[in-house]
Design a protein around this ligand. Sequence first.
Ligand code: ADP
Ligand code: MG
Length: 636
Amino acid sequence: MAVEKFTFQAEVSKLLDIVAHSLYSHKEIFLRELISNASDACDRLRYEALTEPKLTEGDTDFRITLAVDKKAKTLTVSDNGIGMDHDDLTGALGTIARSGTQAFVDQLDGASEDKLSMIGQFGVGFYSSFIVAKKVEVLTRKAGGKDAWLWSSDGRGEYTIAEAERDARGTDVIVHLDKKQDEFLDPVRIETVVKQHSDHIGLPVVLKGEGEGEDGGGDRTLNTASALWTREKKSITEDQYKEFYQHVSHSFDQPWMTLHNRVEGVLSYTNLLFVPSTPPFDLFHPDRKPQVKLYVKRVYITGDCEGLLPPYLRFMRGIVDSEDLPLNISREMFQHNPQLAKIKSGLAKRLFAELKKKAEKKPDEYAEFWDNFGAVLKEGIYEEPENRERILALARFKSTTQDGLVSLEDYVGRMKKSQDAIYYISGEDSDALLKSPHLEGFKAKNVEVLLMTDPVDDFWISAVADFDGKPFKSAARAGADLDKIKGGAKDKKKDAAKKDGEKDSAAAIEPLLAQFKVVLGKAVKDVRPSERLTESAVCLVTGEGDMDARLERILKQNRQAGAGDMTPRVLEVNPDHPLIKGLAERARKGDGQDPLIADAAHLLLDQARIVDGEALADPQAFSRRMTAVMESGLKV
Ligand code: ADP
Ligand code: MG
C-alpha cells in the first residue's frame, strides 16, 4: 500500500519544538485538546446532518471513547464525528491554517517568558499530543465517504499518510506514549484529568473497560456529559467555569468576568460569556470577527457568527445557545436575522450593566479591564450610536491633574465654574503629552485636561458632540477660550493686571508676526500671539474647523486622506518669551528683510512640529538654518 511522505509547514515544526519544551509542566492538557477536537468533530457532523441526515444514518449516538492498551503503551481517543478525508488531513494536521496564527508563531522566536500563555491563546490543540508522545497516529474516515486514512508522525518534521481501513465514520487518535508517560495508561489518572479539564463537554466521554479480570470489564462515563451552560448556576464551581472558559477560548488565563444567564420570554437563549483577563493576541486583527460560539438548541452552529456580537466586543469569549433560531439557519442569514440582532443588543446591554457595577465596586480591577480592552470598546462609541452614552459612561482616561484613571463624570464634576468644555489632548503616549506646550496655559490655570493616547480616540471624539451637555475641545486647537476660565479667586487681580500687560506685549510683537507671515507663507494658516503658552516660545494649533492633526496623520498613514502635505496650522507665538521679545525688538528696528528673522521663523515652525511628533519636511534646510543661527551667535 502506498505511503505518502509530507513535511510539516515550517511554522508547525517551530510550534512543535516550543510545545515540547514549554508545555511540559502542563502535559496533561494534551488529553483536554484531543477530547475537545473529538467533541468539535461531533458538533460539526451534527450541524452537517441538519441538511444531510443520511450522514449520521445508523449512528446518531455521539460519544467520545478513551481506550488504553498497556502492552502497546497507547492511549486512544476516538469519536464518531465528521472524520477527515485526505485533503482534510493535509490541511488540518501539518499546517497552521489561521494566517494570524502563523505570523504569531513567527514572532514567538526568542520571546521566552510566558510562552505557555501565549501559545495557549491560539490553542496548540492537536500538536500538544507530542508533549507526551513518541509517535501519534490518526485513523480516520469521513462521514459519507468510504475511504479511510492513517496519518502518522513522530513530530519531527515529517508525517505520512497511507490508505487504511475503518469500519465506520469517525477518528481514532492513537497516542504512543513516551517512556516516562506511563501515568496516562492509568485509568485513575485519566479519570482525574477528564473530570478536571473536560467535564463540561456535552457528550459522554467513555473510558473503555479492559475486559479482563474481576473488575476489568465495563465501560465507564467519566464526565457529567451535559453542556455546562445548561446546568444550574448554583451547581457550577468557579473552577468549572474556568475550565470551560479555557476550552472555548483556547487560553490559559483566568476569566476576568463570567456572564451566565438564561433569558426567557419572547426570545429565549442562554449565554455563557467571559471577559478574558489577558488580551487575545489577535485583538487587533483587521477582520475584527466576534469569537463567540453560536448554538441552537444545544447544536453547535458556528464559531464566527458576525451578527451575534458587535465587532467592538470581539474580546469576549464563550457561547450563546438560542431556543428560537431555526436549526437550519444558514451562515449567510446571520447578518440580517432580526432575532439575532435582538440577542446581540441584549448581550451588549448585559455586559455594559455588569461592567458598570464592577467599575463602581472594584475600580482597581476595572482599571485592569480598561487597560486591556478600553481601546477596543471605544470603537463602539462611533460605530453604535445607540450605545454611545453607555460606553462613554464606562470610558476611563488619564488626566493632567489626577493619578490613575478618571471617568467623564468625574471630570465634569471637577470642572471650574467658568469652564464650559471638556478639554483633551491626543497623542501617542501620555508622558510626551504631559510635556506638550499646548498644556502650559491649562497648567497655569489648573484646568484639567484628559490625555487621549489610543488612535481610536481621534475617531470617536470627532463623532461625539458632547458628554452631559459639555462639548469636547482639543487643547491643541485654536479658540480654546482659556482666557474665559478664571484661575481661582486669588488670581483675579493678577489676571486683570496681566490682561493689560498682554495687550502691550501683543502690540509689541505685531511687526514680528507680520514678518513671520510673509516668510512662512502657505506653510502656516496664520501666525498669532498665544494665550496658552507660558514657557515655550511657540506651538502649533489646529485651525477652527480643520481636521485634528493627529487624526489627519493617522488617516494619511492608512491612505484614507489625500497624499501630500498636512493641512497648514496656526503658529502661536508667546509674546512674553525672551527670545520672542528679542526678535520683536529687532523686527521693529529693522527693514523687514532681516535674514535672521527669516531663519528664526522657519526654525521655530520646525521646532513646533518636532515637539508635536511630526517629521520635518526638509531636514537639510533645518540644519542649514540652525548652523547659520548658531554661527551668528558667535559673532560679537
Ligand atoms: P483547532 O481545534 O483549534 O482547530 P487543532 O490543532 O486542535 O486546532 O486541530 C486542527 C484541526 O484538525 C481541526 O480544526 C480539525 O479540522 C482537525 N481535527 C483534529 N482532530 C479531529 C477529529 N477528531 N476529527 C476531525 N477533525 C479533527
Ligand atoms: Mg482543537
